[in-house]
Design a protein around this ligand. Structure first.
Ligand code: ZN
Length: 176
């Protein structure tokens, strides 16, 4: 297992769509193990493969750390949200969108189709916070970030702040 680098906005890879996984082999298992290690290290409640620069439809989730329903580690390969109901607005953040949280509207109940690490089909209902995290991670696989769903003013302010941050980082590197 190895820690992978988490890409940060505005890295263009975060805007690309992930490809479906077709081979459920050892390479996939190693990749998922790396993703899990990287997620726990961050720490985060979810990670999509895009976030470590791998354009494959893989997400890992563990919301046990939250106050929500007890849930263990979940690996979803080729996940699709086939139905959504209800609507709820709550604060979200992202390991790839540093220094920002914002309220995002999501379905409260979703139907999910995916495969597990061995390629076995999964079909289940997710609710509340778990449903929110899945929607956030599936967004990543489609090249979306939660800032796509906030007001254009807030997004513009964040872009500006990020630009400044990156410039400061560059000049720090240049002077050291
Ligand atoms: Zn995210």
């Amino acid at each position: 297992m190895a820690l992978r680098k988490i890409l940060k906005y505005p890295d263009p890879i975060l805007r690309q769509e992930a490809e479906p996984v077709t081979a459920f082999d050892d390479e996939l298992k190693t990749l998922v193990a790396d993703m899990v290690e990287t997620m726990y290290d961050a720490p985060g409640v979810g990670l999509a493969a895009n976030q470590i620069g791998v354009l494959k439809q893989i997400v890992v989730i563990d919301i046990t750390g939250s106050e929500a329903v007890e849930k263990e580690l979940v690996t979803l390969i080729n996940p699709k949200i086939t139905n959504g109901e209800g609507e709820d607005e709550d604060e979200e953040g992202c390991l790839s969108v540093v220094d920002l949280t914002a309220k995002v509207k999501r379905f409260t109940t979703i139907q999910v189709e995916a495969q597990d690490l061995d390629g076995k089909p999964l079909n289940f209902t997710a609710e509340e916070f778990y449903a929110r995290v899945i929607q956030h991670e599936v967004d990543h696989l489609n090249g979306h970030l939660f800032i796509d769903w906030i007001s254009s003013l807030k997004r513009a302010l964040y872009k500006k702040k990020r630009k400044k941050q990156l410039l400061a980082e560059q000049s720090n590197e240049a002077s050291s």
